[in-house]
Design a protein around this ligand. Structure first.
Ligand code: FEO
Ligand code: CA
Ligand code: CA
Length: 617
């Protein structure tokens, strides 16, 4: 901890205390027109009224367009979606399932275009009972190989060229950039300190450097040099068999690989059998870098960033241009990580940044109750990360990041989802979605049985002077908001005091910032409370800080993912993920967005624009 007289965080703490004083549990929520006119928020849109039905809704004065549905053809000659005749051969040339991360990568490369680009979209998973006729059991391990192949190619990632023409967005099936990346067919290279490690070697890959595919791709992020990083998150659903008796038993238990099996891929592909191929899971749980501008490029799993259930990734810089990469491990009581590259990135030579994330230092966060944060380095040979604890090299530390983090004294968090630096303020926002298992509280996780989650702000030194140091060892932190219904006396919710009846929410998950640095938060979990998930926005500084306003509501059963603006802020891409979740193919709770008998609800990308074409917000 730094000396208080020279403490760069002193002002910050004062501001934080003032902010907390201005915020509070609101006992009654009413908004008269006069109050609305005097809103301290810089966001001028009229708030969406809370609604939960089988359609989607957006704030007044905006248009929505369903741009890409699961099953839509991505290539010239690819088949149209046919719900009763879905095959792996068709699906691998169509848009995949359950979209999560969206990255808009301007075309041409290096431009700031807001009318032409590559949409890079993750396909996190498949709800087989909802999507496929004839699949009656959610976790049926007797599914056919054809069905497993179809599930596999519905996962992964899509890259598709899009353009805005006469105010409407359209996809270009004839684009040379269009691409599907799947766990069935795409070769991916492992790079960095763990590449070639003996615990990454398998029968199919004795080099420990070549993996077939990626899956469970939740959120992601765009690198400063124009590639995308996609996360491998809930890998525990995809492996079967019993690893007890193998050398990886404890490691696999730590990743919950034996208790949450959803798929039966291991029945047809031995590499997914934990007993037959105990090293295969060690090849998943990484961050994957893809160059969308080179359709022939091999995606790379960057092992220096560690292996855990990565939600996503966010980028910032040190004052000397090294790259800081933030990531959360989305499970109750897991941790927040930061990687800092060893060398500075090169703005003028894209090629020189190609492998920059292979060398650097990974750290994990310890949040101290005095509102400071210490980054603890996960470096082999330092502290407890030695052979005495089973770590024989840096590869072991990276493969078993969770155990290394615990031994170092990292703070167990309330399910870290996205961790994203705000490019305008220089501070870092972390969505802590919920943790109903929490009994013991601490400063940064102040609520037991935390059902609604919250958003935390991490404060690198120098941020107040527009000189945030994302390589520093010590940061500050302060709450941004604590979610839930502030009118419930015992909720513990904290927002701006002017929060409306529509402005509060539960379970923040994804986040992005508009060109003015305002936060846009999407949620996952409100359906448990019989409310719609959706999108909320707020100022992060000034008198409107944490005054969240409701912007978009999802249809029945869906969560909202992937919020992503074009560079000029006039178009906002979002995903409606798993509409109808909890129901089945015969009687789905919604048939969004097609509303045709026999057509299942389909996860889709929706584009929002203002009716007058001006920047959203
Ligand atoms: Fe896939 Fe953490 O949400
Ligand atoms: Ca997520
Ligand atoms: Ca989610």
């Amino acid at each position: 901890m730094s000396n208080h007289a020279h403490d760069p965080l002193a002002t910050t703490r004062r501001e934080a205390l003032q902010a907390v004083a201005a915020v509070g549990v609101v006992s009654a929520v009413t908004a008269s027109p006069a109050q609305a006119a005097a809103s301290p928020s810089t966001l001028t849109f009229t708030e969406l009224q809370r609604v939960y039905d089988d359609y989607h809704h957006v704030a007044p004065g905006h248009t929505t367009q369903v741009l890409l549905r699961m099953g839509d053809p991505l290539f010239v000659g690819a088949p149209q979606f046919d719900p009763m005749a879905q095959t792996a051969a068709a699906q691998k040339r169509q848009f995949g399932s359950e979209s999560d991360y969206i990255g808009f990568m301007p075309l041409p490369l290096g431009s700031n275009s807001s009318t032409s680009g590559l949409l890079c979209v993750n396909h996190e998973m498949v709800h087989s009972t909802l999507m496929f006729p004839g699949v009656m059991e959610q976790y049926d391990d007797q599914r056919s190989k054809d069905m497993c192949d179809l599930e596999m190619v519905a996962h992964g990632h899509s890259i598709v060229e899009v353009a805005r023409i006469d105010g409407k967005w359209t996809i270009k099936p004839d684009s040379k950039y269009n691409r599907r990346i799947t766990p069935l067919e795409t070769r991916i290279e492992l790079t960095g300190p763990a590449a070639g490690h003996k615990r990454l070697k398998t029968r199919d890959d004795p080099t420990g450097r070549n993996v077939l595919g990626t899956f469970a791709n939740c959120a992601g992020g765009e690198t400063p040099w124009g590639t995308v990083m996609i996360a491998e998150e809930n890998i525990q659903h995809y492996f079967g068999g019993d690893p007890s008796g193998t050398s990886e038993a404890a490691n696999h238990e730590d990743m919950k690989l034996t208790t949450e099996v959803y798929f039966s891929w291991h029945k047809h592909y031995p590499r997914f059998d934990l007993a037959a191929e105990p090293h295969e899971p060690n090849r998943f749980g990484w961050m994957v870098e893809i160059d969308p501008y080179d359709p022939m490029s091999t995606p790379k799993k960057r092992t220096a960033l560690g292996r855990f259930k990565h939600e996503g990734v966010g980028f910032a810089f040190t004052p000397d241009g090294r790259v800081a990469v933030y990531s959360g491990d989305d499970e109750a009581f897991q941790h927040i990580y930061r990687f800092v590259s060893a060398r500075a990135w090169d703005k003028t030579n894209r090629e020189k940044n190609r492998d920059i994330m292979d060398t650097g230092t990974l750290s994990v966060a310890r949040f101290n109750d005095n509102e400071t944060l210490t980054w603890l380095p996960l470096v082999w040979g330092q502290g407890p990360l030695t052979p005495a604890n089973g770590f024989n090299d840096q590869g072991d530390v990276l493969i078993e990041c969770r155990r290394a983090a615990r031994l170092m004294g990292a703070t167990p968090m309330d399910r870290p989802e996205e961790v994203v630096p705000n490019p305008v303020t220089g501070t870092v926002f972390a969505a802590l979605t919920k943790n109903s298992k929490r009994a013991k509280t601490d400063g940064v996780n102040p609520r037991a049985n935390n059902k609604h989650g919250g958003v935390l702000e991490m404060l690198p030194p120098g941020f107040e002077k527009q000189a945030a140091d994302h390589g520093a060892t010590t940061y500050g932190w302060r709450p941004f908001l604590l979610a839930g219904d502030p009118t419930q006396a015992d909720s513990g919710a904290q927002y701006h005091a002017d929060i409306s009846a529509n402005g509060w929410f539960s379970n923040p998950d994804n986040m992005t910032f508009d060109p003015k640095g305002r936060i846009w938060l999407s949620t996952d979990g409100s359906t448990d409370f019989d409310r719609a998930d959706g999108l909320w926005a707020a100022d992060v500084t000034g008198p409107g800080r944490a005054l969240t306003k409701h912007f978009f509501a999802c249809p029945t059963g869906a969560e909202m993912t992937g919020p992503c603006f074009t560079p000029d802020g006039t178009s906002l891409f979002v995903n409606v993920q798993h509409p109808g979740e909890g129901s089945g193919f015969k009687f789905p709770t919604t048939r969004w967005p097609d509303f045709q008998e026999g057509v299942p609800p389909r996860s889709s990308v929706v584009v929002v624009q203002r009716s007058d074409g001006k920047p959203i917000g």
